[in-house]
Design a protein. Sequence first.
Length: 98
Amino acid sequence: MAEKCWHLVAYDVREPKRLRQVAKKLEGYGTRIQYSIFRCRVDRATLEKLHWELNQIMEPEDDLLVMPICAQCASRVPIHSTGDQSDWAAPPATFRIV
């Protein structure tokens, strides 16, 4: 199973209909931090799928920033950030008995 990592996804979409479509798409992948910033914990394949889906919606004049965040950095999100940050901590390591 591929390892999931934290990513901050920020966007600037210039047309209201596309803006709503991008926000709705991202709601399926992560949690809204601010109006146009989401946090997503996804593996590489899911991140590629998300990029592809957003490219189907967005136009060249729109902007998208996807920034990986390490677990240690994610745990240091300032307290004054919007929303509950408690689930930013890395989940405990898991294993399977085969």
